[in-house]
Design a protein around this ligand. Structure first.
Ligand code: HAM
Length: 422
């Protein structure tokens, strides 16, 4: 393996691209601020047990996708594949629930899943996520959907689709009853299902509903619909979610086959897709998880959350030509002649940079011509020439690159210089 190759499924974000990431992050922070969310940062790795218990040991993530290893103290550690279980752990460990409820947090950072890499699917990817803990209000399910939509809109993205569903709760007359119905429906035709569905039938029958295998589709289409099996409370919750979405005029589709790949979900689940992205078209997804906090060791506490795949959002924006090249440019390029002239330029650069101006200068002993070329290439707004004659008079020549106007400036008046260049 060449040392110059990064591990499969990872990405470098290089200068020229990072600006878009920072801009997006800025938009995320603005929207989160408006909705009263505060940032939380949890470790990149956790005890493996947290994800086994939190995500569920029959899920794809836990069965095949976790980066798990023993550390030097023989503890089983896992690079976080998602942010919800870590936030719940941090909520309990830091007793965040002892303050005002609900607790509203957002996070932004890398997640790790050993998946088969392809466009939009990576082994290290970035999620922007939000979690609200401590309230079962259906308005929060809606706000959790709306906030990422506001981020998509702030970026200029159009043409995404919001799908929602309710997968009920663990009360015996709700999801468990539906589960039995599903098993009873699929069992007589099990031979016609794909291997994956066959192996999941008894362990996690709801997951059959989101199988993408062509051959399974006719059978899946005839499966019982969860909406006929919700308990009264879950049905009421879901109809309130729909009513709030209608009131806010958010377009959505109810997809009774949307089930999601984590065991922690209860009631509302949602996914936002952008079809141009092909098979990896989910640009964000989430749902309510009213049982997870108790599962991790806390008191029963309702919660809901969402996570956006940042790489996929950027791919979606790219497909709509919504990514504008950065227009940032240096305030000034300082052209020097080496020796004393370079020392003076270094002093002035130090002063101006200390006042927040972007100042460039030459470090390769290049000719004046080459330095002027470099200034042009960077689209520097001004060029300052530290020529012998100017320095003898304690002056510098300022050239405005937009109109070619030149003026001499006294180097004792550096405060004035800031005003000219800013
Ligand atoms: P998820 O559906 O696994 O949910 O991931 C959320 C989003 O992360 C996906 O819709 C996708 O945009 C992005 N994503 C997932 N896997 C990859 C990958 N391998 N490469 C690139 N992007 C990817 C969760 O992670 C839940 N924790 C969401 C949540 C928060 N539920 C409640 N709160």
């Amino acid at each position: 393996m060449a040392l110059t190759m990064r591990p499969r499924g990872t990405n470098d974000i290089i200068p020229g691209e990072i600006e878009l990431w920072l801009e997006l992050e800025e938009k995320i922070r603005q929207v989160c601020h408006a909705y009263g969310y505060q940032e939380i940062r949890t470790p990149m790795f956790e005890h493996t047990e947290l994800f086994l218990r939190g995500i569920g040991d029959t899920t794809d993530i836990v069965e095949k996708e976790m980066y798990t290893f023993l550390d030097r103290g023989e503890r089983s550690i896992t690079l976080r594949p998602e942010g919800t279980a870590p936030v719940v752990r941090a909520y309990l460990e830091n007793k965040l629930g002892s303050g005002a409820l609900p607790v509203k947090v957002f996070y932004y950072g890398p997640m790790f899943r050993y998946e088969r890499p392809q466009s939009g699917r990576y082994r290290q990817f970035t999620q922007f996520g939000l979690e609200v803990l401590g309230s079962g209000d259906p308005l929060l399910d809606v706000e959790t959907i709306v906030l990422p939509l506001e981020v998509y809109k702030a970026c200029g993205l159009t043409g995404f689709t919001v799908e929602i569903n309710s997968i009920g709760c663990s009360n015996s007359d709700c999801r468990p009853a539906y589960r039995e119905e599903l098993i009873a429906y699929f069992e007589p035709q099990v031979e016609k299902l794909c291997k994956n569905c066959q192996s999941r039938l008894h362990r996690n029958p709801l997951r059959l509903l989101d199988c993408k295998n062509e051959g399974c589709q006719p059978i899946l289409n005839g499966a019982p619909n969860i909406s006929n099996y919700l308990c009264d409370d879950c049905e009421d919750h879901f109809s309130q979610v729909c009513a709030y979405l209608d009131a806010l005029e958010i377009a959505y589709k109810i997809n009774p086959r949307l089930v999601r790949g984590f065991d922690y979900y209860t009631r509302t689940v949602f996914e936002v897709t952008y079809s141009e992205l092909g098979s990896q078209n989910a640009i964000g997804a989430g749902g309510r998880y009213d049982g997870l906090i108790e599962e991790v060791g806390g008191d029963p506490t309702p919660a809901v959350g969402f996570a956006v795949g940042v790489e996929r959002l950027l791919l979606a924006l790219k497909s709509q030509n919504k990514l504008e090249a950065s227009t940032a440019r240096p305030n000034a390029y300082l052209v020097h002649f080496g020796g004393e002239s370079k020392i003076k330029a270094a002093q002035v650069a130090y002063f101006l940079r200390g006042h927040g101006l972007w100042i460039e200068l030459d470090y390769l002993d290049r000719s004046v011509r080459a330095q002027m070329k470099a200034a042009n290439r960077l689209s520097s707004s001004y060029v300052l020439v530290f020529g012998e004659e100017e320095l003898a008079n304690n002056q510098v020549l300022i050239r405005n690159m937009a109109d070619g106007q030149e003026q001499l400036h006294n180097l004792d008046q550096l405060e004035e210089l800031i005003k000219i260049l800013a």
